[in-house]
Design a protein around this ligand. Structure first.
Ligand SMILES: Cc1cc2nc3c(=O)[nH]c(=O)nc-3n(C[C@H](O)[C@H](O)[C@H](O)COP(=O)(O)OP(=O)(O)OC[C@H]3O[C@@H](n4cnc5c(N)ncnc54)[C@H](O)[C@@H]3O)c2cc1C
Length: 470
């Protein structure tokens, strides 16, 4: 910790920095850590990193940055893939120190920097769980609430943002406040899935649900993307499965080059769930395709793979990911067309695709944009740009992402903005559509100096100029 400058030294260097409960550092290693992300692509070193001791620290520094026109990015676990949590030359607020968890029956009050893995372990001790978990649990609560937060349970419960009942936030003007559907509802709506544009979330109140002790997981091969979506539609309508997803993995032995797998889970509380529904679809899972496992092992299922990828270094390769929602009416054209044009090397040797359905009417977060059809599919290409021959470079993957984004837009698709797709303001306007005024007006009101979260590239000149009036 020798190299870390004290708050007093930082204040002497930068002038007028407020007194803080936590730590403000100019140390090169802290700035370097806040300059990268999981995508491993753009690198923008901040000038300072704040490890807040309290929400008041966030408020004091946001007022300082507002007055001095310094860009600010909140950062949870930095699992963005395209610089979204970066603030080159500015301040990164590392929310990891805001990680408190308080449980009260069916409610959790959680610091924005807590990880879902920590939250679910705490809630399980009381027989509860967040209703929707992301596939990977080492993401921060604030980070996923800023984008939406989806998983295989979202077809029943909506996005993680739909499980929030109240937020404590610090706006871009440095005002600490509490918002909810009844209290400052405009701010509440602009913050959830609001990509960090109007406020930093410091604390969230979330609904919890009863947790099963054990679940039965089915992993059933499918011959094509359209066979997979056909099964998935039936399964989500049956209501028998608490979780429905699907993946495509590269498989050189198959003519199409891709192996499709349905993944469906039902809670095990007495009678085995789901078998009848699967049999009705002609799916008779073999012994290798069914597994009973403790709920936590299922929820944290990515941990062993991540540990392996970390051990071989691949977890730290660049990840130019691509994610979009497709309407039900075009998914069976857009996905096969995309997969047919994709070589396995185009996602890298450890890459894969995700494909799963959601009910539109369970998604209530205004800024989480999805196509307007009763069923929509999340389609993701989880690319890894490894150095192997034949694997495109990360820049080539980013270019391919943009081209694919345009093709998918022509199919009525909308990006899920957690990936590596270069976007301009006009793309964002189109992305938010009728909800653009909600975001732009909240930005003007709550972040008038436009300091917040420049890495999203939504409001150009996030280094100081407020967005132009409509
Ligand atoms: C391995 C992996 C698995 C994933 N799995 C899923 C999945 O199953 N489902 C899913 O929906 N997504 C998934 N994602 C995407 C992920 O949800 C988003 O990238 C999420 O934003 C990452 O959380 P984070 O804590 O790392 O956020 P960061 O990358 O730190 O930040 C993301 C964005 O949110 C802003 N932000 C962060 N904290 C706050 C805050 N407290 N207040 C306001 N703004 C804030 C940042 O400025 C940035 O713009 C996955 C990503 C990875 C890398």
């Amino acid at each position: 910790m020798e190299a870390y400058r004290s708050v007093q030294e930082a204040a002497a260097g930068a002038g007028g920095i407020p007194e803080l409960d936590g730590e403000l550092t100019l140390a090169p290693e802290a700035r370097a850590a806040a300059a990268g992300d999981f995508g491993g692509l753009p690198h923008g070193h901040p000038s300072f990193v704040l490890r807040p001791g309290s929400a008041d620290d966030v408020a004091a520094m946001l007022r300082y940055c507002r007055d001095n026109r310094i860009p600010v990015a909140p950062r949870g676990q930095g699992h963005s893939t395209f610089g979204q949590a970066q603030a080159p030359g500015g301040l990164v607020v590392d929310t990891g120190t805001l990680d408190s968890i308080h449980l009260d029956g069916d409610t959790a009050v959680v610091g924005a920097g807590a990880r879902w893995s920590e939250l679910v372990r705490a809630t399980l001790a009381q027989g509860r769980t967040p209703p929707v978990l992301t596939d990977y649990l080492e993401l921060s609560v604030g980070g996923t609430l800023s984008v939406g937060g989806l998983g295989g349970a979202a077809h029943q419960h909506g996005a993680q943002t739909d499980t929030v009942t109240e937020l404590e936030v610090v706006t871009g003007s440095g005002r600490r406040t509490v918002c909810s559907p009844d209290r400052e509802p405009g701010l509440f709506r602009a913050v959830l899935a609001g990509l960090g544009q109007c406020a930093v979330i410091t604390r969230a109140t979330l609904r919890l649900a009863p947790a099963p002790e054990t679940v039965r997981r089915y992993r059933i091969p499918h011959s094509s993307a359209t066979a997979l979506t056909a099964t998935q539609r039936r399964l989500i309508r049956s209501g028998a499965f608490s979780y429905v997803e699907g993946q495509a993995h590269p498989d050189a032995e198959l003519p199409e080059g891709w192996r499709y797998t349905l993944e469906a889970v039902s809670p095990l509380s007495g009678a085995p769930g789901g078998e009848e529904e699967l049999a009705g679809l002609g799916c008779r899972p073999g012994p290798d395709e069914v597994e009973d496992l403790p709920y936590l092992d299922f929820a944290d299922r990515m941990a062993p793979d991540v540990a392996y990828l970390e051990s071989v270094g691949a977890w730290h390769d660049p990840h130019p990911w691509w994610n979009a929602f497709l309407p039900d009416s075009t998914v069976d054209a857009a996905v096969p067309e995309t997969m047919a044009g994709l070589r396995p090397a185009d996602v890298g040797p450890t890459g894969m695709a995700l494909l799963y359905p959601l009910f539109r009417d369970r998604l209530h977060t205004p800024l989480l944009r999805v196509p307007d059809e009763p069923v929509v599919f999340l389609f993701s290409l989880l690319r890894t740009a490894t150095p192997e021959p034949g694997v495109p470079s990360s820049q080539e993957m980013v270019r391919a992402n943009r081209a694919l984004y345009e093709r998918v837009r022509a199919h009525g698709g909308v990006q899920y903005p957690v990936g590596s797709i270069p976007m301009e303001t006009r793309d964002w306007r189109e992305h938010f559509g009728e909800r653009w005024p909600l975001l732009a007006e909240a930005k003007r009101e709550h972040d008038p100096a436009s300091v917040l979260t420049p890495g999203q590239g939504i409001f150009p000149g996030s280094e100081g100029s407020a967005p132009a009036p409509e």
